[in-house]
Design a protein around this ligand. Sequence first.
Ligand SMILES: C[S@@+](CC[C@H](N)C(=O)[O-])C[C@H]1O[C@@H](n2cnc3c(N)ncnc32)[C@H](O)[C@@H]1O
Length: 205
Amino acid sequence: MATDIDPRVVEQGRAGIYRPAALVDVPEDLRARRFSAQSGGGFAVDDDLRALVSFRVLNLNGHWPMRGAFDVIFCRNVAIYFDEPTQRALWSRFAGQMEPGAGSISVTPSASPAPPPPHSSPPGHRLSPHGSKLRMKTVRVLVVDDSPTMRGVIAAVLSREPGVEVVGQAGDPLEARAAIKALNPDVMTLDVEMPNMNGLDFLER
Ligand SMILES: C[S@@+](CC[C@H](N)C(=O)[O-])C[C@H]1O[C@@H](n2cnc3c(N)ncnc32)[C@H](O)[C@@H]1O
């Protein structure tokens, strides 16, 4: 089973079309047997392989309808958005969902440290390890991502950081260009795969 909270991400997975760069580690014979080139430059995985996976929308922090146990759980780059108690609760739920005596849980990257409590010091200040206040400029951030869910998650996580202000959000490179001109952010987070132009091309231009 493959899951994500965002229906568009689940649909993307279900479609099974990969960029050539995503297949660099797939052996040539396997690529030839299991993938077919698409007119848009991508590679589609074959139907037999796709049929092995059921794609579902699932909030990892909500109700889980799964009854059976899993042999392996891969959780990549999702729990990085959760605070430490939420991560800990998720690891326990994963453990409870494993086949007894078999299985492994792979989480990448490793659990991030918990963000500091919200507004533990006034914006623009951060406590040094010795408790003295360092004067910091507030960093103004623009969040660029075509997924509204991801924009919301990234903005919420960043807004919890003292000294960080999310000044705007953009859903594609064209909106991002206008937002940069209007808002003059210090930093932007940039999704790589977006409609109209991918994030790396946008960055180069
Ligand atoms: C950086 S992407 C990683 C996507 C994919 N796992 C990968 O490694 O390529 C983070 C993903 O976490 C999903 N996500 C965020 N909060 C979630 C939640 N509470 N439950 C399930 N998925 C969530 C987002 O929709 C997004 O697709």
